[in-house]
Ligand binder design. Structure first.
Ligand code: 4AD
Ligand code: MG
Length: 430
């Protein structure tokens, strides 16, 4: 019977087949220890000369790293083996003998590994990161689906900017001129929210920022909930509840992966409600006291975010940013027109902003004025303005950057390892 390695413990005493690849090999005369991986895990299997045909034993001799193999054997309990089981082989079929494999168990430089990203994904650490990523995405979807949100994906090719015009990738679009790769699904999400009340989109988003930091990708995945009638405070409550749920799910379902990454899970267990909340003004006060003064009106940079978030053991909301450092659609505060009803969520341990969001302008005249102030062409935003003409309501939403969230939960240094094929300022290959 063909099984997957992750299920092997349930098959002790049975003869099974595994379809996989050779991860590593040790030999001592009449016995080969083959570490086999099949995508679901890695299993130690033992090939003893007396148990198999001479052919099969000879084949094992010539097996190179990453050769593809189909093995059969008896699952045996072994407390010392990873996963608690081992396979005593009775047969080995070689599907292909791999050419000398570029990634060996020794150390490699990160650029070399990035050039071989298509192969690097086979390694243990990358497995752990990708499985945490998948779990984060699943947990977000489960959380929102459970609250009656409808997933409605938004277009990638768009006629206009969401987050400001300086970071757009362009592409020619038939006879219609130029199309832009979307920076965020938000504007379409707002239309969807007016139709369905609670919606979210999840997809790739694009920023042509020339940033070369450990937090920036030019293509990243964003999960964006948007809710009709939701206020700023309700948005923060929703985002907080979602983060607690997501971190809890990962702790519960990805214990082995977090262990493989040597993640300090005590820090993740601290991620509980309530999250601290600071207004932008309070944040500036704290920064000043910490010797990092910021002129009022400037956006917070990575260093400032790191300094602020390092003062707390859980994610921190910074709200009521100055209007001038935020996008055109942000709702101004009723009492104070120079600040907007926005909030960013900063992850602890120096990971910086993982969520950005807030309440959107619902007044037609004000939105038209903002478009003009931002030098945006009103014609391509007519459909967006329609949302303020036909039953406009206060509404809010946010965007969670999947890669930054995964980097934080995994406790890894650079965002490039959190997506299968990262797109960076200096990298479009593989
Ligand atoms: O703060 P941002 O730009 O917000 C928006 O795009 C809103 N329209 C979202 C919304 O309200 N629906 O981006 C949201 C998040 C950031 O907090 C960050 O996690 C991630 O997206 N992000 C990036 N991740 C990787 N590389 C980049 N270049 C990123 N830019 C933003
Ligand atoms: Mg932001």
């Amino acid at each position: 019977m063909h099984i997957r390695i992750e299920d092997a413990a349930a098959h002790v005493g049975e003869e099974v087949e595994i379809q996989g690849w050779l991860y590593n090999k040790r030999s001592s005369g009449s016995i080969h220890f083959l570490q086999i991986r099949d995508g679901s895990g890695i299993m130690q299997s033992v090939l003893a000369k007396q148990d198999v045909s001479q052919d099969a034993f000879g084949l094992a001799e010539n097996l190179t790293q990453e050769s593809s193999v189909i093995i059969r054997g008896l699952v045996r309990e072994d407390k010392r083996a990873p996963g608690g089981v081992e396979l005593s082989l009775t047969d080995l079929k070689v599907v292909q003998i791999a050419a000398p494999y570029p990634i060996t168990p020794k150390e490699h430089g990160v650029e070399f590994l990035m050039d071989h990203r298509h192969l690097w994904l086979r390694s243990r650490r990358q497995h752990a990161v990708m499985r945490v990523r998948a779990e984060v995405i699943r947990a977000c979807a489960e959380f929102l689906d459970g609250k009656g949100f409808v997933r409605m994906d938004t277009p990638i090719l768009t006629p206009a900017a969401v987050e400001g015009t300086t970071t757009l990738f362009e592409t020619p679009y038939f006879d219609l001129g130029t199309a832009y790769l979307t920076q965020s699904g938000q504007l379409y999400n707002e239309a969807n929210a007016m139709a369905f009340g609670r919606v979210y989109c999840f997809g790739p988003t694009f920023r042509a920022e020339k940033s070369k930091t450990r937090r920036h990708l030019s293509e990243f995945w964003m999960l964006e909930p948007e809710v009709a009638y939701m206020t700023l405070d309700e948005y923060m409550a929703l985002a907080e509840e979602m983060m607690v749920a997501v971190v809890g799910r990962v702790l519960q379902r990805r214990t082995n992966e977090l262990a493989a990454l040597e993640r300090d899970t005590a820090k993740l267990k601290d991620i509980q409600s309530p999250f601290p909340r600071l207004s932008y003004d309070e944040a500036l006060e704290r920064l000043k006291k910490s010797g990092k003064p910021v002129p009022w009106g400037d956006d917070l940079g990575a260093d400032e975010e790191t300094m602020l978030s390092s003062q707390f053991d859980r994610p921190l909301f910074v709200h009521h940013y100055p209007a001038k450092c935020k996008a055109f659609y942000m709702q101004p505060d009723q009492e104070r027109h120079d600040v907007v009803l926005s909030a960013d969520l900063l992850a602890p341990e120096g990971y910086g902003e993982i969520i950005g969001g807030g309440q959107r302008i619902d007044d037609l005249a004000l939105l038209e004025q903002r478009l003009r102030e931002h030098n945006l062409p009103t014609d391509v935003y007519q459909w967006y303005l329609d949302l303020r003409r036909y039953g406009s309501v206060p509404h809010s939403g946010f965007g969670l950057g999947i890669e930054r969230t995964v980097a934080w939960i995994c406790g890894i240094e650079h965002i490039r390892e959190t997506i299968p094929f990262p797109r960076l300022l200096n990298r479009l290959y593989p």
